[in-house]
Design a binder for this molecule. Structure first.
Ligand code: SF4
Length: 538
């Protein structure tokens, strides 16, 4: 047993065949208190209340059957085809240990002693956000091993201090500030962070960054140019994007809106969008004044940073507008802090459910749009949160960003899509990473998204198949990646048309997406100034 670990840190889970289950039933006959026999309980309640630490499960007579040692009881349950769980027996046993798999945050040394109720509390999460140089340094020195794998193939390592220096240099060069929730920090493998798909999305390493493609800009979708009112982007005839805040619970290094979201960085002074009622009112007045507008995205920043009363106010205001037929709240919260959804002391999700129900009564549709990029972001907490939203009738859709070294392979993307579908989250979009500054190392060629779609289509029901999209630089809107007008794989230039997007000189406009500069071209001495010349010669 490794130093510092106790038996409580280990979780045993066995997937056994039906035959083994039958043998177990013989070896461990269960006591059945009369009042608990075949009791019907929701799955989520059973999982939460009994917290099995030793469990076996098997398919038996078309039913999923599980037997488990809970913290203080032995249970047997089965799940019928319609999803209802039946508890067949409950008997007292000795206190069973907690588990590392369930209490995954305990793998982070500073949270080793944090109990489940604290970790699930959103108030605790906010108090323990990691942001700012001091907090970050303290966290990194406590969580990182003395030596970190640098190159798997050669077996080379780097020191903790070298990696920390690399991170700080990355933060200096990045367009996004660093802020992370305890939940998302707990989903990183800190023993090998450089290749971790969650680490890669939120913590910049200078050594991994590449020189920007010359066409990368801060506001690649030209949102500011398409904003008739500060914080309201109106690009499509019937849809607008309302940005009530520019704060998020966790900042992604590849954020499309790095021109406005988060705190200023060394390289970017943000055009931040203050959550003031006066500015919001100007946006509402504009929305009301445009009869063609029917669909509003409430984003940011992140709707998680709107107070529950603000969610209610914005929701009710939009419901009351005769022209608005549907709207969605965009939030990465479900991916980076799902505990808030199941924290009964927090009212954010109650506000979302209330707005969703009110809108439905008025014949209008409200959805929550979230943002998962890798299966490792999903835990039992996420499943409980998604189930709560599903039971409450809230439509949840996901928008993934395709990122190099994170989800740019068929196995990972397929697993992500299936995991989302299994949580009743619609895998709505997979986006080509936008051409924003300082993300060259995370972008993939358009060919990657084309290949992924080709391989994945047909492996899952069509209604669960996401649309693979390029959001056109220059404000052409979202186009199916394979609908390009031309794609020169040698230069990496693809072109698209967007006939429905008009105004501000966009009639007949041809939009360009440029693949990242591949290292093979970079090696030839490419700089932002000579890129076009180098690719022509390559
Ligand atoms: S959650 Fe969305 S808006 Fe916030 S930093 Fe990430 S990509 Fe940007």
């Amino acid at each position: 047993m490794p130093a510092g670990k106790t038996s409580q840190d280990y979780h045993f889970q066995f997937q056994l065949r039906s035959l083994t289950y039958i043998i177990l039933q013989h070896k461990f006959p269960l006591q059945l208190p009369a009042n608990l026999s075949a009791m019907q309980l929701p799955m989520s309640l059973i999982r939460t209340a009994l917290r099995p630490t030793i469990s076996v499960s098997a398919r038996f007579a078309s039913r999923q059957v599980a037997i488990g040692l809970g913290r203080s009881r032995l249970i047997s349950q089965s799940v019928s085809k319609n999803g209802a769980a039946e508890v067949h027996g409950v008997g007292l046993v000795e206190q069973a240990p907690s588990t590392l798999e369930r209490e995954f945050w305990r793998a982070v040394p500073v949270w080793r002693d944090v109990g489940e109720s604290d970790f699930l509390s959103y108030r605790w999460s906010i108090a323990n956000l990691v942001q700012g140089p001091e907090k970050l340094h303290k966290f990194l020195t406590s969580v990182l091993p003395e030596e970190i794998p640098l190159d798997q193939a050669s077996g080379t390592v780097q020191s903790q201090q070298d990696l920390i220096a690399d991170i700080y240099a990355g933060i200096s060069a990045a367009t996004m500030a660093l802020r992370m929730t305890p939940y998302i920090l707990s989903r990183i493998n800190w023993q090998n962070p450089r290749t971790d798909p969650v680490f890669r999305q939120f913590i910049p390493l200078k050594s991994m960054m590449r020189p920007d493609h010359p066409n990368l800009v801060l506001d690649s979708l030209h949102e500011a140019a398409d904003s008739p009112v500060n914080g309201l982007v109106h690009r499509y005839p019937d849809k607008a994007l309302f940005l009530p805040t520019s704060v998020c619970p966790t900042y992604c290094t590849f954020c499309t809106r790095s021109y406005a979201v988060g705190a200023d960085t060394e390289s970017v002074l943000k055009s931040s969008l203050k959550p003031t009622r006066k500015r919001w009112e100007q946006c509402f007045e504009y929305i009301e004044s445009q009869p063609a507008l029917q669909d509003i995205v409430v984003s940011g920043g992140d709707s998680y940073y709107l107070q529950p009363e603000h969610i209610m106010m914005i929701g009710e205001r939009l419901i009351s507008m005769p022209n608005i037929k549907r709207f969605r709240f965009a939030s990465k919260g479900l991916a980076v802090s799902p505990n808030r959804i199941i924290d009964r002391s927090d009212q954010w999700v109650d506000a979302i459910i209330s707005v969703s129900n009110k809108a439905r009564k008025m014949g209008k549709a409200v959805a929550l749009h979230t943002h998962f990029n890798h299966p490792n972001e999903i835990s039992w907490v996420t499943e409980l949160a998604a189930q709560k939203l599903f039971e409450a009738g809230v439509t949840v859709r996901n928008q993934t960003v395709l990122l190099r070294g994170v989800n740019d392979n068929v196995a990972t993307m397929s697993q992500l899509i299936r995991s989302l579908a299994n949580m009743n989250i619609l895998p709505y979009y997979v986006y080509q990473c936008d051409m924003v500054e300082k993300v060259e190392h995370l972008r993939t060629p358009v060919q990657t998204i084309l290949d992924l779609e080709k391989q994945i289509r047909g492996s899952i029901a069509g209604f669960m198949m996401p649309q693979f999209i390029v959001d056109l630089p220059g404000g052409g809107g979202k186009r199916l990646a394979h609908s390009f007008k031309s794609y020169d794989r040698r230069t990496g230039r693809s072109t698209y048309e967007a006939p429905a997007v008009k105004g501000r000189g966009k009639e007949n406009k041809v939009y360009e997406y440029w693949d990242p500069i591949e290292p093979s071209v970079e090696d030839e001495g490419t700089t932002q100034d000579n890129y076009a010349q180098v690719v022509q010669q390559a």
